[in-house]
Design a protein around this ligand. Structure first.
Ligand SMILES: Cc1cc2nc3c(=O)[nH]c(=O)nc-3n(C[C@H](O)[C@H](O)[C@H](O)COP(=O)(O)O)c2cc1C
Length: 319
């Protein structure tokens, strides 16, 4: 069902990518997503050494025989990231798929990965960046609409506009991201010309997701009004769940506070206190406007299969 150039390229059963999520995309969770027929994607930036990253890649391999990917972050980061070090491990461990996200993927890095047999995709927020990634040599592009959870950038285009615009402009397959949480979103994205979807926020509210149960429950009762864009003053806009930490960041930005004060609130250590300790006010968590459509904590496989089933039912109903 729903075979596309993306499912053929990456080898997963369904045209669904489990979006990489910093501090969340641990090996067990990534493997659960791949085992459910979607594409699990690891977040390399979570690992501070090549050795830790290598162990995590091997753990995913132990837990799934299905395809999985690794994300290389090109975003500005508090801890400097050397993607060449991750690429060493990716090549040595024969990771099949790499996703870059952020600025234009460096051509030498892509060439190195492709020479090692790695398939590549890039995630960005505008058609201009998508074209530049296509030119740099990636095999698929994910375009990320402003309603999604994470780095939405400064362009402000919705998934509804961005996806068909990218489909018109590109030759390589387009994956839609931003606001897709169910079969309605999946089918809508396919109707817009996407050949796959990337889903982040919906997968946060699953049994296997390694975040605190209190946080999952709070997200499951959030509405479509409970997110806000923050960090626009740093030209690094992130859509986040509207909790006290995110509101604090917005307030500091409006007061043109010191960078140090803002960074203290968005620090990964604060987010980890929320993820691990269940302190819901402690840090900032990316979150989609479509969180308002997520009501239940369910197993990953039920979410993925439910999306595909619902999309097929709607398609049959529409004739
Ligand atoms: C909690 C969370 C953390 C994320 N972390 C990253 C990240 O580290 N790198 C990245 O490229 N995207 C990250 N994303 C974005 C997702 O990979 C995906 O593109 C996005 O969630 C899709 O939109 P949706 O949230 O509406 O499903 C994150 C998203 C969430 C919700």
């Amino acid at each position: 069902m729903f075979e596309t150039r993306v499912t053929k390229l990456f080898g997963m059963k369904y045209p669904i990518v489990g979006g990489c999520m910093m501090h969340v995309s641990k090996p067990e969770f990534v493997a659960a997503i791949s085992n459910a027929g979607a594409l699990g994607v690891m977040a390399s930036a979570m690992y501070e050494s090549q050795d830790e990253f290598r162990q995590a890649v091997r753990r995913v391999r132990d837990l799934t025989g299905k395809p999985f990917g690794v994300n290389l972050s090109l975003f500005p980061a508090i801890r400097p990231i050397d993607n060449d070090l991750y690429a060493d491990v990716i090549l040595q461990e024969h990771v099949p798929i790499v996703e870059t996200s952020g600025h234009r993927p460096p051509e030498d890095l892509l060439a190195r990965l492709k020479a090692g047999g790695v398939k590549t995709m890039h995630k960005c927020v505008s058609v201009r960046h998508a074209l530049s990634a296509q030119k740099a040599g990636v095999e698929a592009v994910t375009v990320f609409g402003t309603e999604g959870g994470g780095h939405i950038g400064e362009v402000g285009l919705t998934t509804m506009v961005l996806v068909p615009s990218a489909v018109e402009a590109l030759n390589i397959p387009v994956i839609a991201a931003g606001g897709i949480v169910d079969g309605r979103g999946l089918l809508a994205a396919l109707a817009l010309g996407a050949e796959g979807v990337t889903v982040g926020t919906r997968l946060l509210v699953t049994t296997e997701c390694p975040i605190h149960e209190d946080l999952k429950r709070a997200l499951a009762s959030a509405t479509e009004l409970d997110t806000l864009p923050i960090l626009g003053t740093l030209r690094n806009t992130v859509r986040a769940w509207k909790n006290p930490a995110a509101l604090k960041v917005a307030e500091l930005e409006s007061k043109q506070a010191d960078l140090g004060e803002i960074l203290a609130v968005v620090a990964g250590t604060a987010t980890k206190r929320m993820y691990e300790g269940g302190d819901l006010d402690a840090g900032v968590i990316p979150c989609s406007q479509s969180i308002g459509l997520v009501h239940e904590i369910r197993p990953v496989a039920e979410v993925i299969e439910g999306m595909v089933r619902q999309a097929a039912e709607i398609m049959a109903r529409l004739g």
